[in-house]
Design a protein around this ligand. Structure first.
Ligand code: DGL
Length: 280
């Protein structure tokens, strides 16, 4: 490998509004451990779930530009809200001027692709933030890919704050999870698969399992996104060649690292020592 090729290589950027994207990062590193990763959490401005299209777009674009400036050739928006509200505009409007050779990928499309495999009845439930559910992105993507499918969305505005505030194991979480599970399942008795359409929600999995009847699958996105990225890189060797392979992982947060690192360590199940960044 010559010098030019090496200087054209960089880590995979993984972005989320907060901690949730770490649940995706963990699976990415398990399936594709050979690459370097740079995680960025915009914790100081999380949650994004109830923010306007314009703000989610502006914040996400700032994050993407920052990750590009740190050498990332490929950025995964490990956030459904950002994927629903900002991804398309960034791909279509910003990327061509920023750098057409770089890529920004989201988490909704790969998850929607799997719906046909996950549901036998064709009736799929989706939990998400108000932003994701309100955007109709899952409904649109799943129906585009799987004819005749029915999609039932339910927004859970309290779930992200429960996770961000380390309340996901407490009795408050039981109250909200039970209420939201019942609200989703009351939309159709035929729902046999529920997509956790927010990367924070796997942290509430134990609680969710408690209230979802046996026989209804609960689908997290980590493994789906990781498998989808592996396939993407096989189909795009020109991008794969530009990913550095040191097996490292760095963490960045817009919040104070002393606040971020302890909870981040819980998500990724290893010690995290994050650095602070300011996005503008
Ligand atoms: N984890 C993000 C998602 O997947 C968003 C959480 C939030 O900031 O509201 O939607």
């Amino acid at each position: 490998m010559n010098k030019d090729e090496i200087s054209d290589m960089g880590p995979i950027g993984v972005f989320d509004s907060g901690f949730g994207g770490l649940s995706i990062l963990r699976d990415l590193r398990q399936v594709l451990p050979q690459y370097d990763y740079l995680f960025l959490g915009d914790n100081a401005r999380a949650p994004y779930g109830s923010r306007s299209y314009q703000l989610v777009y502006e914040f996400t674009l700032q994050a993407v530009k920052y990750l590009f400036s740190r050498g990332c050739r490929l950025v995964i928006l490990a956030c459904n809200t950002a994927s629903a509200k900002a991804l398309r505009t960034i791909q279509q409007r910003d990327l061509p001027t920023l750098d057409p050779s770089r890529r920004v990928l989201g988490v909704i499309r790969p998850t929607a692709e799997q719906a046909g495999r996950l549901s036998h009845t064709g009736h799929v439930g989706v939990f998400g933030t108000p932003g994701t559910i309100g955007s109709g992105s899952y409904d649109i993507e799943i129906k585009k890919l799987h004819e005749g499918f029915h999609v039932y969305g339910h927004a859970c505005p309290m779930w992200v704050p429960l996770v961000e505030n380390r309340e996901s194991d407490g009795p408050g979480a039981d109250y909200f999870v039970k209420k939201d599970v019942e609200a989703l399942l009351s939309q159709s008795p035929l729902i046999d698969a529920i997509i956790l359409g927010c990367t924070h929600y796997p942290l509430l999995l134990d609680k969710i399992r408690r209230y979802v009847p046996d026989g209804v699958k609960i689908v997290g996105q980590g493994a789906i996104v990781a498998d989808s990225l592996r396939d993407y890189l096989m189909r795009h060797p020109e991008m794969e060649r530009r990913l550095s392979r040191g097996g490292t992982c760095e963490y960045l947060t817009t919040e104070e690292p002393e606040k971020f690192s302890p909870l981040a360590s819980v998500f990724v199940r290893e010690p995290v020592s994050a650095a602070h960044v300011t996005l503008a």
